[in-house]
Design a binder for this molecule. Sequence first.
Ligand code: AMP
Length: 507
Amino acid sequence: MSRPIGIDLGTTYSAVAYLDEYGKPAIIKNSDGRTTTPSVIFVDEPQFVVGEVALQSTVTDPERVVQFVKRFMGQNDHRLHVDGRSYSPEFLSSIILRKLVQETELALGESVSEAVITVPAYFNENQRQATLEAGKLAGLNVLRIISEPTAAALAYGMVNVREARYILVYDLGGGTFDVTILEASEDELRVVAVGGDPFLGGKDFDDRLMNSVEEKLSGLGEQIIHDASLEAELRLKCETAKVQLSQRKTVPIAFKARKAKPTSALDALLPVRIEISRDEFESMCADLLARTEMLLENVIAQAGLEWNDIAEVLCVGGSSRMPMVREMLLRATGRKPQLFDPDECVAKGAALQAGLLSGEDSLRQIKVGHVLSHSLGVATNQNGALLVDAVVPALTPLPHTEVRRGYTTVKDDQAVVNVLVYEGESSEIEAYNSPVGRFDLDTSPLRPAGEPQIEVEFRCDENGRITVFARDEITGREGRALLCLCGERSTEEVTLEQEMLARAVVA
Ligand code: AMP
C-alpha cells in the first residue's frame, strides 16, 4: 500500500514530507538534493520543467517562465500567460504537484496516490477548492486541505498539552505573510484568529536589495547594457545575498555586466562587485518588518488576547530565518520565538495529518479543527439598500449548520427570490464582500409582499464545502447551490486540461 504524503504547495517554494517507519515525519529530498523545490515552471510544450532549472531560466528565457501561481488560485477565469499560451492557476499548480509526486516516488521507490495539501489559513473556500481541484488534476486523492499554521503547529508538537493554550504562528514565506493564533488543547488544534498580507514576503526583501543594487549600478551610467537578462541575474544574486546575510555581517554581490561599447570581444564584460552589510539591509527593509509587526498586533486584538496569553511563538517560512525577524518577535511578544525547520515544518505537519487520516496506529488522534476563513451571508433588501446579512461568522468551527429564518419577498406577486451569497466581513456589498454563489427560489404562488416565510440554511462540511439552501416554509419549495466558484469551471475546460495533462511531460 502506498504511503500518504503531506505537501506544502508554496508561493515560491514547495516541500513534501512522509511518515517514516517509526511514524515520524521526514522531508523528501528532490533530485537536486534539496528539501524545497521552487514553485516555478519553465514552459516548453508539451514539456513543463519545474524547480531549480525553471528558476534559473528566468535569466535566459523570462517569457517562458511562470511563477507565483498560488497568488491566483481561486480567482475565477484568471489565466496566466506564458510564451503566447494561457493556463489556469489550477492547471499550473497541478503541474507543480505532478513534479513533487514524481520526485517523491523516485525517493521512496513506491507510487504515491494520497496526499494532504496545505493552504494559508486566510484562503477562502474558493481558493481551497481550487487547490483541491489542482490535486485531483494531478491524479491525487486529496485526503484533506489543511491550514499551513495548523500543520506547522502539529509538526512543532504543539498538541498533547494538559491545559489549553494559545500559540502564535508567524509565517513569513517567499511571497506571503500569515499570522495566526491557534488554540492547542490535549487533542485539538483550532484556529482562533487569522491575519497577514498575501503580497508581503521574502520577494519584497529581495526587491529592496535589488533597488539598492540598481541605484549603485546607476553610477555606471550608459557603460553597461541593462536588460531583462541582467535584471533576472541580479534578482537571483540578491536572493542569495539576502540568505547569506542571515549568517554573515556583510556579503558581496558580484557579477559581470555586458559593456555597452566594448572595444573588442575580449573586453565585452565589466566585473562589478557591490558590498552589502546586514545593517544596511535591515534599514532598507525596516518598514516591511514593521508592517508584519503591525499585522501581528492586529491579530492579537482580533482574538481579544494580550501577549501574556500567548504561550508559544512559532516561526514558519524561510524568511523567518532573517535575524531581524527573531529580534522583532522577542521585543514585541516578550517570548523567545521557536525556529525549527521553518521551511519544512508545514509539509511535515501535513504528513502527520495524512497519517492521522489514513489511520496510522502510532499517532495519537488529534482533531485538527477546520474553521470558516471568512463570514458568509446573504444579500438582503433593507429599506431599498442591498446589504449583506451575515449568517455564519468567520472562524466558526466546521462542520457547522446554521439556519436563519425571517426572510421574505419585497414586492407583491414576486414569483422568484434571488439568493445572493457573499463572503466577507462587511455588510456593505460594494466594500468588502465577494460573491460566492447565487440561485433562485421559486416563490409561487403569487402572494402579497412579506407573506412568504423563507429560511436560509448554510451547511458547511469539515473540508469547507458549503451548500446553501433556501426554503419557502409555507410551500416547501427549495433552492440550493454548492458554494464554490471553481465549480463554475466548465466541464469543457476541465476536460481540455486533463487532455493537456495527459500529453504533458513534467520534468
Ligand atoms: P518558503 O516559501 O517558506 O520556503 O520561503 C521562501 C523564502 O524564504 C524565500 O524568499 C527565501 O529567499 C527565503 N529564505 C530562505 N532561507 C532564508 C534565510 N536563511 N534567510 C533569509 N531568507 C531566507
